[in-house]
Design a protein. Structure first.
Length: 429
């Protein structure tokens, strides 16, 4: 198989698999409302149920990234597709909170595929187009809107599915048929990857010791990238799961409307990721990330202002204004997710699995911690929009750190030019 054909097969297969796995990872974002209505779980219980799935997709990312470098992205993608199909199917038969929690912790492993796919594509694509390729792959985040669009565009689907189920009860009826459908699709995708993915796979980490693979994680730079990713990805995951309930409780809209409004945030946050990759290839990730944080800070500042009269101005943002600001935040996040990850192969071309795994793990950990934090801040303050203040503070912190780094780099560049003019050799920045 020609290299160009092989690498594009990797990109297509990994992106489709990531989209499906991401859909499964966050399927409780909307199905959770049906679960809450049927089993009368408290809002706090539902927040922790969604957070459990996010946690399961966050903590093992470092491991899965290293395994992808060692054993190949193809192998690890197959493992995740077949493995996550089982708990996704078992959701159909859960009847207690602990059963739902156990299923969430298991199908939540689907979230680890991001670092697998990053490693897989990085091994196959040259550096000059790697940002674009990783951006296209990362657009699989659109899977977060799969269930929301299904419920939002076709709200009658759940009521049209017979409650008796199919195949003698192997596929339950009602909303429980959807997890069964997800499980079947994951199995079919696994078969496609097995037969269509190029072999032999590329394994940049094969033969290296674990200590060698972990060595780059000592760099402060890696942890800075991780914090950036908490803002552009962790918050994206958290808001994807949290916004339907926020729309429903704050604006009193139906489940269908809440799902569609959430999708208007998810789509730009996913579909603009290839644009962010292309911009990072052309202008560098630092410039793009800087613009992303500035844009997010301005929009989040508007979202964080409590309703009421301020400086003689009545501030009462309607549903359209709120959705518009969330669209801006989503667009910035979509571009930022690609620009932040472009740093990884630029600085650590031989350690994408380990570094990308840590960045992805800490980013997703933000997605685990934020839904309960959003809910708690809203309940304590009595102002649900105050939850956006949490994200605003994080964004401003990242912007300040990035600005300090930019100033330091410019100072070294000026010192380097001055020293070279004086005939003194200076170590490059």
């Amino acid at each position: 198989m020609k290299p160009d054909t092989a690498r594009w097969r990797v990109l297509v297969l990994s992106t489709v698999a990531f989209t499906l796995l991401f859909n499964v990872w966050l399927m409780l974002g909307v199905l959770g409302i049906k679960v809450r209505q049927e089993f009368h779980f408290s809002p706090a219980q539902m927040e922790w149920l969604a957070a459990a799935a996010i946690l399961a997709g966050a903590l093992p990312r470092l491991n899965f990234g290293i395994w992808a470098d060692r054993y190949g992205g193809r192998t690890m993608t197959l493992v995740l597709l077949f493995l996550c199909a089982v708990p996704a199917y078992l959701v159909c038969f859960a009847t207690t909170y602990m059963q739902f929690l156990a299923c969430a912790l298991l199908f939540g492993l689907a979230g680890t595929h991001f670092t697998v796919g990053i490693s897989w594509n990085s091994a196959w694509f040259p550096n000059e187009v790697k940002g674009t390729a990783l951006g296209i792959f990362g657009a699989g985040n659109i899977g977060a809107s799969g269930t929301k669009l299904l419920v939002g565009l076709a709200p009658s689907v759940l009521t049209l599915i017979p409650t008796a189920g199919y195949l003698g009860g192997w596929i339950p009826g009602g909303w429980r048929a959807l997890p069964a459908a997800y499980a079947a699709i994951l199995v079919l995708m696994g078969v496609a990857v097995f037969f269509l993915a190029p072999t032999p796979d590329r394994t940049p980490g094969r033969g290296r010791t674990f200590a060698d693979l972990m060595r780059p994680l000592r760099d402060t730079r890696v942890w800075r990238f991780s914090l950036y990713y908490v803002v552009v990805f962790g918050a994206y995951v958290a808001l994807s799961a949290w916004l339907p309930t926020y729309y429903h409780d704050t604006y009193g809209v139906s489940l269908r409307t809440a799902a569609l409004l959430t999708a208007t945030y998810i789509f730009p946050a996913s579909l603009l990721r290839p644009v962010g990759g292309w911009l990072s290839d052309r202008f560098g990730p630092r410039v793009v990330t800087y613009a992303v944080f500035v844009t997010m800070a301005l929009a989040l500042a508007a979202l964080s202002v409590p309703r009421g009269t301020h400086l003689g101005i009545d501030y009462e943002p309607g549903l359209a204004v709120f959705a518009g600001l969330m669209f801006v935040v989503g667009a910035a996040m979509g571009i930022g997710k690609a620009s932040v990850y472009k740093y990884v192969p630029d600085y650590y071309p031989d350690d994408v699995g380990a570094v990308g795994g840590l960045v992805g793990a800490l980013g997703a950990m933000g997605g685990f911690l934020m839904p309960p934090a959003f809910g708690a801040v809203g309940r304590v303050t009595g102002a649900p929009q105050a939850a956006f203040l949490v994200l605003l503070v994080l964004t401003l912190g990242c912007l300040a750190w990035l600005h300090v780094v930019v100033l330091a780099i410019r100072a070294r560049e000026r010192a380097g030019r001055s020293s070279r003019g004086a005939g003194v050799a200076v170590e490059p920045a």
